[in-house]
Design a protein around this ligand. Structure first.
Ligand code: AMP
Length: 368
C-alpha cells in the first residue's frame, strides 16, 4: 500500500510517521508543481519528479501519468492542506481515489462555499455577506466586522478587523476581491472537534478540544474541553456527522467552533488532520494521523478514547528545539523547518492525571 500526499509540511510528515509502522509507503507532491519535487523537508527526502505544470486547458494527461508513476503508483492520494488546485486533484483522480473527496476539499477551500455547505445543512455559522461593500455589510451586521479573504486565509492571514464606518470606507476603496464580511462573534471560547470517517462509513470522534489563539494563530490546546455540557458535545458530533455523511468523507475532518452561551457556531472546517488535534499523539490510543491513514488505507479505525488529560503548545518562531524544558510527561515534535518569525516550527504535547496539572506544566514550560 502506498499513499501520496499533496504538501510537504509538518502535517504530511506526521501522517507518514504514523503510517510507516503499518507498513504503508509514502510519496509527497510539492503542490507548486513548477518545482516538480517530491520532498518532505523534515524527513529529508528529495526526489526529482517530472514537471507537470498547468496549461490553459488544465494539466497534460501524459505529464500527470508520469507524475503518478514517479510517485510509485499510489493506491490513493490525500492532502495536508485545503488550498490545492482542484484541477490537479481532478487530473490525479483518473489514476487513484482522492481522500477526502474533491468536493469536500473544494467546499472547504473557499469561505463562501463552506458557509453555503453549512447553511444547506442548517448548521449555524456567523452571519455574513459575500463580496458586498463593507460599509453596507457593517450597517446590517454592526461593527466591528471581520473581512476574510475567501482563499488562502488561515492562521489569521488575509483577515481584517474593521472597527467603524471610516475603516469600512477605506477598505471599500481597496481592490481586494473574493472575500466575506462576517459579523464579529463575542464568543466565550473556541473549541474544535476532530473526527474520522472510514471508507465503510464508520465515524469516531475525539474529545472536544479547548483552543487558545494568539494573533489569529493557534497557540495552545487542552483536551478534553472544560465546562461543555453533554448536550453541546452531542450537538457538535451531530453537526460533524451531518457533514461527513453528506460529503461521503474519508479521513479526518476538523470543525472549529465558537462557543456562545449554550450555542455552537461553526467558525471554520478543515478537510484534513488539524493542529488542534496534535495532542492526540500523546493523549489517545490512536492519534489523528494514524486514524487518517487507517481510513485512507481502508483499514478499521483505532480507538479515539482519551488516556489522560492532554495539552499542546505550539512553538511559533522558536529558534531551537527546547530540549531543556521537557519533563517526564512532555514530548517534543520538532519539524526541522527553516526558522522564521510567526512560523509553526514544532509543538510540545503534555499528558497528566488532570487538566490543572497540564495547564500548570504548560505555564511552567512557557515561562522558561
Ligand atoms: P480563522 O482563520 O477564521 O480560523 O480565524 C482565526 C481566529 O480569528 C479565530 O480562531 C478567532 O480567534 C478569530 N476570529 C475569526 N473570525 C472571527 C469572528 N467572526 N469573530 C470573532 N473572532 C473571529
Amino acid at each position: 500500500m502506498r499513499i501520496a500526499i499533496v504538501g510537504c509540511g509538518q502535517l504530511s510528515r506526521m501522517m507518514a510517521l504514523a503510517g510507516l509502522p503499518l507498513g504503508i509507503k509514502f510519496s509527497f507532491i510539492h503542490d507548486d508543481l513548477s518545482q516538480s519535487l517530491s520532498c518532505v523537508e523534515g524527513l529529508g527526502v528529495v526526489k526529482e519528479l517530472p514537471a507537470a505544470t498547468k496549461g490553459s486547458d488544465g494539466y497534460d494527461r501524459q505529464k500527470i501519468e508520469q507524475l503518478y508513476k514517479a510517485l510509485g503508483e499510489p493506491d490513493c492520494i490525500s492532502v495536508e492542506k485545503e488550498q490545492v488546485d482542484p484541477a490537479l486533484l481532478q487530473a490525479l483522480a483518473e489514476f487513484c481515489p482522492i481522500y477526502p473527496g474533491i468536493a469536500a476539499i473544494k467546499a472547504c477551500q473557499h469561505r463562501a462555499k463552506e458557509k453555503q455547505l453549512l447553511a444547506d445543512l442548517a448548521i449555524p455559522t456567523s452571519p455574513f455577506f459575500y463580496n458586498s461593500r463593507v460599509l453596507e455589510a457593517g450597517q446590517v451586521l454592526g461593527y466591528p466586522v471581520m473581512v476574510k479573504s475567501c482563499r488562502e486565509g488561515y492562521d489569521g492571514k488575509n483577515q481584517w478587523l474593521i472597527k467603524n464606518e471610516d475603516e469600512a470606507n477605506a477598505f471599500d476603496k481597496l481592490t481586494i476581491e473574493d472575500y466575506i464580511i462576517e459579523a464579529f462573534v463575542a464568543f466565550d471560547k473556541e473549541i474544535s472537534l476532530l473526527s474520522v470517517r472510514s471508507q465503510s462509513g464508520q465515524i469516531k470522534h475525539y474529545s472536544l478540544t479547548d483552543n487558545e489563539h494568539e494573533r489569529g494563530m493557534l497557540k495552545r490546546s487542552y483536551a478534553p474541553a472544560m465546562d461543555i455540557s453533554n448536550a453541546m458535545e452531542q450537538q457538535a458530533q451531530q453537526y460533524m456527522e451531518m457533514l461527513l455523511n453528506k460529503l461521503d468523507y474519508v479521513g479526518v475532518m476538523a470543525i472549529e467552533f465558537f462557543v456562545v452561551g449554550d450555542k455552537l457556531m461553526v467558525n471554520e472546517l478543515a478537510p484534513r488532520v488539524h493542529n488542534s488535534g496534535h495532542w492526540t499523539q500523546l493523549g489517545t490510543l490512536t492519534c489523528q494521523f494514524e486514524n487518517h491513514i487507517r481510513a485512507l488505507a481502508g483499514l478499521s479505525l483505532g480507538s479515539t478514547q482519551q488516556i489522560g488529560a492532554a495539552g499542546m503548545v505550539n512553538l511559533i518562531g522558536t529558534a531551537k528545539p527546547p530540549f531543556d524544558a521537557l519533563t517526564e510527561n512532555a514530548k517534543l515534535y520538532w519539524y526541522n523547518k527553516t526558522v522564521k518569525a510567526n512560523r509553526k516550527l514544532g509543538h510540545v504535547n503534555f499528558i497528566a492525571e488532570n487538566q490543572a496539572i497540564v495547564k500548570q506544566q504548560i505555564a511552567q514550560f512557557e515561562c522558561c
